[in-house]
Design a protein around this ligand. Structure first.
Ligand SMILES: Nc1ncnc2c1ncn2[C@@H]1O[C@H](COP(=O)(O)OP(=O)(O)OP(=O)(O)O)[C@@H](O)[C@H]1O
Length: 597
């Protein structure tokens, strides 16, 4: 049950692509103008800040250093006035940059989320067999938030520090080249350990995000299965499992934090050591009269600025490495190739009002079961407007027929054609528009009744929706709902009975008005009245449509124009109910066992 390595599965077959933050560029590109504005604001703010130590130097050397009582007070006032002006301008630049950069961060995150979501929604079912929904959600929220931090703040902090660092270095060189040379020598020694430790932060960060995603995936699965968990009294075990998984993510986060803590310690010690050492040299120079006090003061301010910027850069580097880990995980989703692709030259359908379906020698293996065919040389034909019932024991391959017709999977050999047109030559959208489906356990969305019925036809008028609801026998239970058709049905339609959910699904299929209807009859017993209502709904849905039914009820089977009996992925008998009964084969046995009881 443990999903520890789940996150590695989608890509496990492919060699790992080297992904870096530059893959984010396509998401930043549309905002080049905003980036340029942020850059200008950043440059202005940094340049202003670099002027401050100069103002201090003058204050000390000309203002305080000069004890001449004749120094006009106005001069000092002006200098302080200028200093305040600089500070105010700096504040304005910093605030504007903060605004613009945060805007870019938020925008890019939203785009990234939508991009990944759009990609995920187009994946074939095979993709979701290996990647849990909780995992996808964790990537969509957690990882994008990390990237937002980097794009929306760290990157600009880093860039500002880089500016400060460069400007500060130049000013240091100008102020005292001797002290500067010593400073730079020491700095170079610092860069390498920072880069090395930063790399391991990236690796550990990915690991930590993976563990968080594992917990989300587990919680997602369990929250979706609460009735099963509670009826089996497994709450304690599930809580333990989650706690263990959360503990693993804690440990992974701590491994990352340890390395970052080490990084911080290395940087602070090195930077402070450098400052103190250079200060010591400077102090000696002042006492020897080589430097003025003001020069040393401005040198110290520049050195502090450079040191501060180095420590920010180190911190930002850690963030960037974390975000690179997150980007990697997101881009895996963004670059995920779907197993089912649209043909580049789709053929338009000859007729979309009726459909004749032909399966010819179809053999198919589920990707996760390459050894056993789920369908073996299956051929079947349904004339336009006819009803074909699929009958057979559990695991015979009935649902697989539906999956292949909807092109959720690709056949291994043989062909499936609608109106003589192979389905892989039609566009996926065209194909799926031809098919309405009523599944065994229909999905009800957290919306009202009208919206739920309208799901496949979002533009349908209320009148059309209500007409479909009438035909599908939804109307009789509407008065029982508090707000009639506007009643909110709750997450996964938990506020409806099984029979009511089915009738909504039937109404949805009727409204879609597709020429093909796929019907997976519910095996669960409905009470007699519901059964009759559902059946009436189905009869309405089947009218003038080519219908394929996975049949579990005698009434349905008997009404079918043709029955195909399947076993172990093969068609074993074909005929109508009377013929097959007479034959005394699998159908006759199943009919005796299932339908007559
Ligand atoms: N996604 C999947 N991956 C791998 N194997 C699958 C998958 N779905 C179904 N199978 C296998 O394929 C075979 C046919 O399954 P299918 O769902 O078509 O049977 P069925 O006739 O519809 O059964 P039931 O009446 O119980 O729904 C079964 O052995 C099943 O275990």
């Amino acid at each position: 049950m443990a999903q520890a390595n789940n996150s590695d599965q989608p890509n496990s077959a492919k060699p790992k692509r080297v992904i870096s933050l530059k893959d984010l560029w396509p998401f930043l590109r549309p905002y080049r103008l905003q980036l340029a504005i942020a850059f200008v604001l950043l440059s202005l703010a940094s340049a202003t800040l670099l002027l401050v130590p100069l103002a201090f130097r003058d204050l000390i050397d000309v203002g305080f250093g000069n004890n001449d009582a004749t120094t006009p007070a106005i001069n000092i006032n002006t200098k302080f006035g200028v200093l305040f002006g600089l500070a105010a301008f700096w504040a304005l630049m910093v605030a504007s940059r903060f605004y613009v950069v945060s805007w870019i961060g938020e925008r890019v995150t939203v785009d990234l989320r939508s991009g990944v979501y759009a990609r995920v929604l187009r994946q074939s079912p095979q993709f979701f067999e290996t990647l849990q929904t909780g995992e996808v959600l964790s990537r969509l929220t957690g990882d994008t938030t990390l990237i937002q931090t980097v794009v929306g703040s760290s990157a600009s902090m880093g860039l500002r520090s880089l500016f400060q660092f460069t400007g500060g270095m130049i000013m240091l060189a100008v102020t005292s080249f001797y002290l500067f040379s010593i400073n730079i020598g020491l700095m170079i020694c610092l860069i390498f350990p920072i880069i090395l430790i930063g790399r391991s932060v990236k690796k550990l960060s990915r690991e930590s995000q993976d563990r968080i995603a594992d917990s989300s995936a587990m919680a997602g699965e369990i929250l979706n299965a609460m009735p099963t968990v509670q009826s089996n009294t497994q709450e304690t075990r599930e809580i333990d499992r989650f706690t263990q998984s959360a503990q693993l993510s804690f440990l992974a986060a701590m491994r990352r934090t340890k390395v970052r803590a080490l990084l911080t310690a290395v940087i602070i010690t090195a930077v402070m050591g450098t400052i103190i050492f250079v200060l010591w040299l400077g102090a000696r120079q002042v006492s020897e009269g080589i430097m003025t006090g003001g020069e040393l003061a401005s040198f110290v301010l520049y050195a502090a600025m450079v040191a501060g910027s180095v420590s920010t850069i180190a911190q930002v580097w850690g963030d960037i490495m974390r975000a690179a880990g997150a980007t990697e995980r997101l881009l895996e989703l963004l670059h995920a190739e779907t197993a089912i692709t649209d043909t580049p030259t789709p053929v338009p359908l000859a007729s979309v009002s009726q459909a004749d379906i032909q399966f010819t020698d179809v053999t198919f293996y589920y990707p996760s079961r390459p050894a056993n065919p789920a369908l073996n040389n299956v051929s079947l034909h349904i004339n336009a407007g006819e009803t074909l019932a699929l009958v057979g024991p559990s695991g015979a391959g009935k649902t697989t027929i539906f999956q292949l017709l909807l092109r959720f999977y690709e056949t291994k050999s043989g062909s499936i054609a609608i109106n003589g047109q192979a389905i892989n030559e039609i566009s996926l959208d065209d194909l799926r528009r031809l098919i309405a489906i009523v599944p065994q356990d229909p999905v009800i969305f957290s919306a009202n009744v009208l919206e739920n019925i309208r799901y496949g036809q979002p533009n349908a008028t209320d009148e059309a929706v209500i007409a479909a609801a009438n035909a599908a026998q939804v109307a009789p239970f509407i008065p029982q709902l508090p707000d009639g058709y506007n009643t909110f049905l709750g997450e996964r339609g938990t506020r409806l009975s099984g029979g009511q959910r089915q009738r909504i699904a039937i109404a949805r299929a009727i409204l879609k008005n597709a020429p093909i209807l796929l019907l997976d009859e519910a095996t669960s017993a409905l009470d007699a009245e519901s059964e009759i209502l559902v059946q009436e709904g189905l009869n309405a849905a089947m009218q003038n449509r080519t219908t394929l039914i996975i049949a579990h009820r005698l009434a349905t089977v008997q009404k079918a124009d043709k029955i195909v009996v399947m076993e172990n992925g093969e068609v074993v008998e074909t005929g109508d109910a009377t013929e097959l009964r007479k034959k005394g084969g699998l159908y006759a046995r199943l009919a005796e066992l299932q339908f007559d009881s």
